[in-house]
Design a protein around this ligand. Structure first.
Ligand code: FAD
Length: 382
């Protein structure tokens, strides 16, 4: 089978779908083909995402990407005609280490400059608001009341349905295995007997980003890392409207789903790169230690399941978005634990770049070519 289009997008996760949607909405009539290796759209990282949306970042560009995405999430259900259960619950970062506390103070200065409200709060205030948190060893924390959650499935499906309405053609079960290039330009993709030709090809392959880039001989230092999520039954001591609480010293985080189910994790940052989302129980002891030392009532938590997903991480903690040295070939990914929350902004910026329109923010720090000279790293990571 052979098709032609104006733009081909590889990967129907939240980022590929947002890019397709923004292109189709901005330029009606543009012919867009989405190619997805799995049987269904949205079966990659996006399916394991826990739906957090935060403004609290050290890097101003990450804060700006949330500022662009946030109003879209707020109007998503109405505009995209699909429910996403957007709920403002806040994020609270806590630490007992002076260097990390200094980073939180620095982050507050950046957030003030970008006019995002946040607070630095002491252990007493944290204990008052969240009595289930152990605070004796803490120096303090940072809280932003605007930080939120939304349902990743709803966001992905809302984008997908609007893409279909706007005429985007989606080919599932179609794994891109080679790229067609000529004289330094991209000309299309091949997937078995399927061939699609277009002057623009977007690589939005999530944790496979570097593998699809390699098909063009391009080395992107984005690597896939496993992240495990422990699901626990609701507990009466932990209300379902708590913020997402992150202990920066261990990486441990907790958040409560709409139905009170608790999602816990974050102590597995040090895994080796790999694409297998297999559950690894070897870190369970360390995880339970971190969890119960910050929230002692978790001693009685009933773990109802563990699952793993893959995040694509870059050396400086920023995503990748832009045209590569191969003309017409764009790479978008490596957004780690922020790809869902930044998908609205990322898809919009990508569409602007492809259509030659000024994007709402300069994406130069996300350039695929930047890795020779990393300037500022994102440090508020977990
Ligand atoms: C446990 C967990 C929790 C997370 N929590 C959050 C959170 O709270 N907030 C947040 O913002 N982010 C979070 N993330 C990160 C977020 O899920 C990702 O950044 C985001 O989903 C990436 O979207 P994507 O479209 O780039 O990737 P994917 O959703 O992985 O989509 C890429 C698609 O490309 C397809 N593909 C790959 N190779 C090929 C090929 N050769 N040919 C055709 N198709 C191909 C894949 O099958 C896949 O469907 C979390 C991730 C994990 C694992």
């Amino acid at each position: 089978m052979a098709v032609t289009a104006d733009v081909i997008i590889t990967g129907a996760g939240v980022i590929g779908l947002s890019t397709a949607y923004n292109l189709a909405a901005k330029k009606p009539g543009l012919s867009i083909v989405l190619v997805e290796k799995e049987k269904f759209h949205g079966a990659g990282s996006t399916a394991q995402c826990t739906g957090g949306i935060r403004h609290q970042f050290a890097h101003p560009l990450n804060i700006t990407l949330t500022k662009i995405s946030y109003p879209f999430f707020q109007r998503f259900a109405a505009q995209m005609e699909y429910p996403i259960y957007f709920r403002k619950r806040g994020y609270l970062f806590v630490t007992g280490e002076s260097s990390k506390y200094a980073s939180l103070l620095e982050m507050k200065t950046t957030m003030d400059r970008l006019e995002v409200p946040s607070e630095i709060i002491g252990p007493g205030e944290i204990a008052g608001r969240y009595p289930f948190v152990r605070t004796e060893d803490l120096i303090g924390g940072s809280y932003c009341r605007l930080d939120a959650y939304a349902d990743p499935y709803g966001v992905m499906e809302g984008y997908y349905r609007q893409c279909r309405r706007l005429g985007v053609k989606v080919f599932c079960n179609t794994e891109v295995s080679s790229l067609i290039t000529r004289n330094g330009r991209i000309e299309g993709v091949k997937a078995g007997s399927f061939e699609a030709r277009a002057p623009v090809v977007v690589n939005a392959a999530g944790p496979h980003l570097h593998l699809v880039a390699r098909l063009a001989g391009i080395d992107l230092p984005a690597a896939p890392y496993r992240r495990q999520v422990h699901m626990c039954a609701p507990m009466k001591q932990i209300p379902s409207d708590i913020p997402l609480i992150v202990d920066l010293d261990t990486g441990f985080y907790i958040h409560a789903e709409r139905n009170g189910i608790l999602l816990l994790g974050g102590t597995d940052r040090q895994t080796s790169p790999g694409l297998d989302p297999v559950v690894d129980r070897s870190g369970l002891f360390e995880f339970i230690e971190a969890a119960t030392q910050r929230i002692p009532v978790l001693e009685d938590a009933e773990i109802t399941g563990i699952y793993a997903g893959i995040r694509s991480l870059t050396p400086d903690g920023l995503g990748i978005l832009g045209e590569t040295e191969l003309q017409g070939f764009y790479c978008i990914g490596g957004f780690g634990g922020n790809g869902f929350m930044h998908a609205p902004a990322v898809g919009l910026i990508a569409a602007c770049l492809i259509l030659g329109i000024n994007p709402p923010v300069d994406p130069a720090p996300l350039s695929p070519q930047r890795f020779n000279a990393i300037r500022q790293k994102e440090t508020v990571v977990f």
